[in-house]
Each structure stands twice: as structure tokens, then as C-alpha cells.
Design a protein. Structure first.
Lengths: 316, 316
């Protein structure tokens, strides 16, 4: 019975907070499909024609709008909302910014920086720079349900209820499982990305407005403490086929180890591939993956940053 | 000129510390191959016939022996030692333990636990439990060079000079780049593993003695702050081809987020696949990968633990 009805959520149904008192825009049955129209994370403050001044002028009172909420009939606290990602359709562009005060190396990158990329949906690629092409692997950076705690909650941090998790693996074919915190779940989605690496270290991906279709259902056989998801066979292999150069950070704090691996990758991209520091930092964010190698060899942990070298194949 | 000479390091040349005053066991030229005979991480305190009592009785004054050191002629501080992993040959067994006081969830797993796995080199698999088969993907958990600081340094924590990094990607075909800290580099290797997940959360892998052959050379075009490595095309794809179930941890501390993802996976392996808690924790360590999804959406970060579901295909 999956996909029996398609609900189109009107484009002006979006919010800047998680708040379980916001009235749902649509009520659906388990197994229904929903299409939502997601604005970019800047809420149209940055456009395809913007320059760096738009980053400096960003008004953070309206960023990261989430489309919804969608009320799932019968969903109750303790249930699990299953979200199958069906389709993501971008426009022809996306933006990546270094925003002062934001990002893993905020202290080292004080100046605003902006890159508009060309998103080529048919060719399934993102033209990030001359000779730097990313695979087009779209996903929603923010996806979740309303918190049970009353009042308005920022959409910036993720929580056990999902939200701004920035999990790049929530691609078409993946099923996300979210704990339900309130009656009807109150599902919303936003912050669609055309490409991103695990970590999103500079704080932004290739931020791109998109239409997204999902299929929602309810499971009562498990109660989750935090989101889980299922990746289809071949998904990781398809996206990690090429050679990788890996930098590491080693030390007693995982965050500092992640910073060390990122700094080393920025240096590598500069010395080996000629990227300037800002472009290198942004490329780490949109293309490179952070993995935890070990967290047990006291007192030092190891984090690796993986550069898929294929993104640089076009450089001379 | 690579591989012009093969040096066989005698099997009794091993040490329990990093100490740059230890006399090298062999001197080699750039491009030479070296074969070393690595003892298991328990230094033969655990054998194929051991029971849990051997874990309880572990004498930590001699664990994690590293074979070497190898003196590379001409290598000087500031150079980079390139280590190409050529071959790893195991015996027919390996061990995995939960060691009291050690591991990501040490407080939650107070009792010693031991599993002897059958390592089937020809079939390239590790029989971990009835119906649970891991791919045989051997690598050295400890690999590095002597620290420039004088005196004896523990072999347990890794450092900027490598050591006990437990990077599962240092498989045959990968090239590791280590910063050189002292004249001759003084390379050693130990702690060979037949299978492990990124993170090594319970503190041990499938620990297995092995012979390892590496090709060593010197690069002077870069000075590294920490180890880096290069993965051949297809390496990640080959090892991540199947479907994955992913748990997440969300919170303001990366280590706690990693713990949350691990706890959720232990629960998942129990409720969905019938594993007891100790076996589930150990399976997380030998088969599941920790990835950092985001470290920028203040104040909460997201860590994912990836279960390759193929390891459980043999369970009814």
C-alpha cells in the first residue's frame, strides 16, 4: 500500500524553528508520499548572482527554513517514523560560503567567502571550480520531527529528533528512521545539499534549493534513542570508487584531531593542487569525509580526512 | 629501483616501547623491502586455546610489541618515510577481547570476554561466530617511527609519528606517509589485525600474529605534521559494497556522540539479530565503522556507526 497518495505541500509552508505548536500543513496516512519544496539554507538571501557581500550581510534571524510540518495520522510518542528518500530535484545552481564565526576552523578563517557552483542534474555533477567537479549527490541536510519539549527550538543544532544532522548518506534510496516525540510526528525537511563531505567542516555544503519527495510510514516494533538509517547495497561503493588521499589528526580530543586532519588537508590541497586556503577549506567541506579511526588507544585518538581525488581530475 | 633488496628482520627483534636509543636491527636503502614477523598484541599471553581467564590475567607490562626498528639510510628529521604495504600473512586464528577498564564503553562492560576467531586466509574471511563472517582485511594496527623526544614512550597511544593508530585502511596497496623525527627514521610495526571497524570501539580487533612485508622509501618534497596515506582506486568501494544499517549519536561532545552511536548499535544487534551485549560490542569493534557526519551545527555534532549487514548474512 506504499505510495498510495501523493501530497504536494504548498511552497510557502516553512518555518524557522522547531515548535510542536505550529499547525501542520497537511495530514497524511502511513505509506503516503509527500513532496516538499525546500528553500536554500540562506532563505534566498544568497542567490545565483550574489557576491561575498551577501555572506557578510547575512541576517541569521531567518536561515535554514524547514518545510512542513506534516502530520502523520496515528503516529505517537515512542513510535518510529520511517522516511524513504524518493527524489530530489535541484535548480541549476548552489552556493558554498565561509561564514565568519562558523565552521570547524572559524578562528583561522575570519573573512567571508562565497562560491556559486553550477549544478548539472542531468550530468549528475556540480562544477565547483575550474577543473574541480563534484559528484551530484543530493540529500536534505535538515530532516526531522518536532521536539516534545514545548516552545521554539533553534533549527541550527540537530537533536535526538533529527533536524540539522547533515548526514550526506540520506540520499535517494536511503531510509531514515526517526523517533517520534509528539502525536502526528510533525515531520519537516530543509537545507537541501547538492554535494557535501562527512563533517561539512567549513559549515556549508553546496547549498541548493530543491524539491524533495519522501514516503512516510510508521513502525511500532522499536523505540529509538536517536535517528538511524539504512543504506542500500552499493551506495557507499558507488560514491567512494576512486582513489583517496587521507590526512590524519592525532590527539587527546576528537574535535582537535578533526581540526588537525582538516588543516593538513588544506595544506595538501594548497601544496599539491594549488588551491588557495579558502577554496581548499570549502572543498574539504563539500567533498572530503571525516572518519574516526580509533577512540580507544588512550590518551590519543585518530581522525582521518578522506579526499576523493577524482574531484581534482580536471586540474592541469 | 624499488624493491631491489628484501631484508628479513629476525623474529626476536621486538620492543615494548618507542625509544630512539634502541639500536636498529637492520639498515636499509631507500626502495628496499623489509619483512617483519609481528607477534600478536598480547605478546603470546593469549593463544588459540585461551579462555576468558587469560584476559583477566593479562600482564600489561608486555603488550603490543613492535618489530624493528629499521634504520633508513639518509632519512633525516623533516623528511617523509613512505611505507607501501606489500603483503600480510596471518596464522589460522585471531582473538578479540573485552578488557576491563579499556574501550569506548569501559564503564558499561566491566567483565573480561574473549572470542577466538578462525582466520581463513585463502577464503579471505574470518569466522567470528556461528553465522557471523567478517571479510579478512589485514593491516598493522601499530606502524610508525621513533619519537624525537628521548626516553621510553608507551606504545599504546599513537602520536604525530604514527604508532598505534589502528587505521584499518592501511591494507595491501595503501601507502602510508610518516614524518621522520630522528636520523634513520627507526621504523617499527606491530599489532597486526585480521579485521577491524573504524573506531575499534571495544579496544581490540581480530588480533592476529602475521608476517608483513613493506617497501620503504624517503620523500623530501613535503614535511608532515601527522601521518597521511593514499588509498588505491576501488579500495573503499571493494570493502563497503553491501547494505549498511547506521545508528547515530547526537550531542555536544564527539566522544559522547560516538558512545551513543555505539550503544544504539549494540541495542540494534541485540534486538534485531539476537546477539548478546558482549558479542555485539565486540562486533561493533571488528566490523562497524564510525564516521563524523557533522561537526559544525553548534552546539550538537552527529556521529554515525555503520554496520555492514553482509557480516550477518549467515544468521538464520
Amino acid at each position: 500500500m506504499a505510495g498510495k497518495t501523493l501530497h504536494d505541500v504548498r511552497a510557502d509552508a516553512f518555518n524557522y524553528v522547531w515548535d510542536n505548536s505550529i499547525a501542520p500543513v497537511v495530514e497524511i496516512e502511513p505509506g503516503d508520499d509527500v513532496e516538499l519544496h525546500v528553500r536554500d539554507a540562506s532563505d534566498e538571501q544568497i542567490t545565483a548572482d550574489s557576491g561575498t557581500d551577501a555572506v557578510a550581510a547575512l541576517d541569521f534571524s531567518h536561515v535554514n527554513p524547514v518545510s512542513g510540518p506534516v502530520f502523520m495520522k496515528g503516529a505517537k510518542p515512542g513510535d518510529t517514523l520511517a522516511v524513504e528518500i524518493l527524489e530530489l530535484r535541484p535548480r541549476d545552481w548552489g552556493w558554498t560560503a565561509i561564514i565568519p564565526g562558523f565552521g570547524l576552523l572559524a578562528d583561522e578563517f575570519p573573512d567571508p567567502w562565497l562560491r556559486i557552483s553550477k549544478v548539472e542534474e542531468d550530468a549528475r555533477r556540480v562544477a565547483f571550480a575550474e577543473g574541480i567537479t563534484l559528484p551530484f549527490e543530493p540529500f536534505p541536510g535538515t530532516i526531522g520531527v518536532a521536539l516534545p519539549e514545548p516552545g521554539a527550538h533553534s533549527v541550527v543544532p540537530p537533536s535526538a529528533w533529527g533536524g540539522n544532522m547533515d548526514i550526506k548518506h540520506l540520499r535517494v534510496g536511503t531510509t531514515l528512521f526517526l523517533p517520534v516525540g509528539v502525536e502526528g510526528a510533525l515531520f519537516s525537511v530543509g537545507d537541501t545539499h547538492a554535494a557535501m563531505g562527512d563533517g561539512e567542516v567549513c559549515g556549508t555544503a553546496v547549498e541548493a534549493p530543491m524539491d524533495i519527495a519522501v514516503r512516510l510510514s510508521v513502525r511500532r516494533d522499536t523505540t529509538l534513542a536517536a535517528p538511524q538509517y539504512h543504506l542500500a547495497a552499493g551506495d557507499l561503493a558507488r560514491t567512494e570508487a576512486g582513489p583517496h588521499h587521507v590526512t590524519t589528526g592525532v590527539g587527546p580530543d576528537l574535535m582537535e584531531a578533526a581540526r588537525g586532519a582538516t588543516r593538513a588537508m588544506i595544506e595538501h590541497l594548497g601544496s599539491r593542487h594549488g588551491l588557495d586556503r579558502e577554496e581548499a577549506y570549502a572543498l574539504c567541506s563539500v567533498a572530503c569525509d571525516l572518519k574516526i579511526h580509533e577512540v580507544v588507544d588512550v590518551p590519543n585518538w585518530v581522525v582521518g580526512m578522506f579526499l576523493p581525488e577524482t574531484v581534482l581530475e580536471g586540474r592541469s
